[in-house]
Design a protein around this ligand. Structure first.
Ligand code: ADP
Ligand code: MG
Length: 448
């Protein structure tokens, strides 16, 4: 048997073992490059396929290969573009209807309800989600033993679902026999109500009561639903008492969810609570780069920074804009230019653009000062701190340069601005209530 024949029969075997979508996506376009010194090298059409096969199928591949050649000990994957495949890779996905990536090939796992695209690998960590991410990692490492429940809150499109599912996927990968369930609250509510109506509540309980990691997304939707809350309280307690991990997300902290029973509220507050706020400019750039890699787009940094400085408050929109721009560029058959990018962005989101003036205005208003106080060089204590905050935000939110900020505000030297920036950054790190204050101000800037 030559290598090609070996590979063909391995693919035939793989085809029997995975779903058609998985096969078409990850296996179909692979080929064998060599078998030498106990090592097989497999060609994959792109990085994503390479990573995926490496992470998920390396061991099985070795097993399959060894059936033909027992000397094989290792398998390597290598990206190799054949001309036909390059053309295919250029195809830009345009399924932007829900603003999500066009990853049709990813299937939800029917059992856990998790989507493999939401992994920790693909989750960019920045100052806005650092704490939530660290806690999520810890919970994934020791489910039920460190933070229980783990409660994440933050505005729409900021990565809550991604983070929650990453925990589930990570646990699924490391503890293969654990039962993991991800469920949106709306679905849980429907299930509970149907079970109460149909007298099948015991079945429903049986379905969830031995779940090692139970992930409930958007728990704010339980607000005002008393019967669902009662039943959920029962499920929660049972899992909690068995030291099984409960993970919740919401658009606001437990204390602000309206019409939530006190006993549930206090349960939600009994573990770890972490928030996700809006990513700063640098993190938005990193997220865009990550998405480009996933989607095989090559955008210039200039184009990416145009997107990142325009769409500031919602990662889902950031992603949506990227896909839209890619689709338009493809239509024009040229790489996306900054002009095209501006054109599309202004059509997507004319109102939400924040700029220098907006930051100064809102900061002044927030601290009960006049704009001209912030812009002055006064050394009065009550003005100095807000001015430093404005400098910090100009840098972080619209990526203004230190010399530019200095020139505009009180005609100061760039070192003064850098000093202000450092000072505010470290104060945010050290002082939780100050951090909350800055988040509040950011919300005002973005939402008013
Ligand atoms: P939420 O549940 O908070 O509304 P999602 O988790 O659905 O937000 O995130 C919206 C989109 O943005 C998803 O496609 C997600 O992958 C992406 N996203 C959000 N935060 C990040 C991040 N830190 N790194 C990478 N992608 C992110
Ligand atoms: Mg969500």
């Amino acid at each position: 048997m030559n290598n090609e024949e070996i590979w063909r029969s391995i693919l035939a075997q793989a085809q029997l073992n995975v779903s058609p979508a998985i096969f078409a996506t990850w296996f179909k376009s692979t080929s064998i490059i060599s078998i030498q010194n106990g090592e097989a090298v497999i060609a994959t059409p792109n990085c994503l396929a390479k990573e995926w096969l490496e992470q998920k199928y390396r061991k099985q591949m070795i097993g399959f290969l060894r059936e033909f050649d027992t000397s094989i000990r290792e398998v390597f994957f290598k990206v190799e573009h054949s001309p036909a495949k390059i053309a295919k890779n250029k195809t830009v996905s345009t399924s932007t209807t829900n603003g999500q990536l066009g990853f049709d090939e990813f299937k939800f796992n029917k059992e856990t309800n998790l989507n493999p695209k939401y992994s920790f690998d693909r989750f960019i960590v920045g100052p806005h989600n650092e704490l939530a991410h660290a806690a999520a990692r810890a919970a994934a490492e020791k489910p039920g033993r460190v933070y229980n429940p783990f409660f994440v809150y933050g505005g729409v499109g900021l990565g809550k679902t991604h983070l929650l599912q990453a925990i589930g996927n990570e646990v699924a990968a490391n503890f293969t026999h654990q039962k993991i369930r991800y469920i949106p609250t709306e679905k849980l509510t429907t299930e509970i109500i149907n079970a109460i109506r149909g007298g099948t509540i015991e079945n429903l309980r049986a379905k969830y009561l031995d779940t090692a990691v139970f992930i409930i997304d958007d728990i704010q939707f339980i607000s005002g639903k008393d019967k669902t809350q009662d039943e959920f309280f029962y499920i929660f307690n049972t899992l909690y008492n068995k030291n099984l991990q409960i993970i919740l997300s919401s658009d606001q902290p437990p204390k602000s969810i309206p019409e939530l029973s006190n006993r549930l509220r206090s349960r939600f507050e009994g573990g770890m609570i972490a928030d996700i706020s809006s990513p700063d400019f640098e993190t938005r750039m990193a997220i865009l780069k990550e998405k480009c890699q996933q989607l095989k787009f090559s955008f210039s940094d200039e184009v990416l920074s145009t997107i990142a400085s325009t769409i500031q408050h919602n990662v889902r929109e950031l992603e949506g804009a990227l896909i839209k721009i890619a689709a338009h560029a493809k239509l024009k058959n040229e790489p996306p230019s900054v002009e095209l990018c501006r054109e599309i962005l202004s059509a997507i989101n004319p109102k939400k653009i924040i700029n220098f003036k907006k930051i100064i205005q809102e900061t002044a208003c927030f601290y009960d000062l006049k704009e001209k106080d912030i812009m002055s060089d006064s050394r009065k204590k009550e003005i100095v701190m807000p001015r430093q905050v404005a400098m910090y935000l100009l840098r972080n939110e619209i990526n203004a340069s230190f010399p530019f900020i200095g020139r505009k505000i009180g005609n100061k030297d760039h070192t003064t601005v850098m000093h202000a920036y450092k000072k505010i950054s470290s104060k945010i790190k050290d002082d939780d209530s100050f951090q909350e204050e800055i988040n509040l101000l950011k919300n005002k800037i973005y939402n008013s």
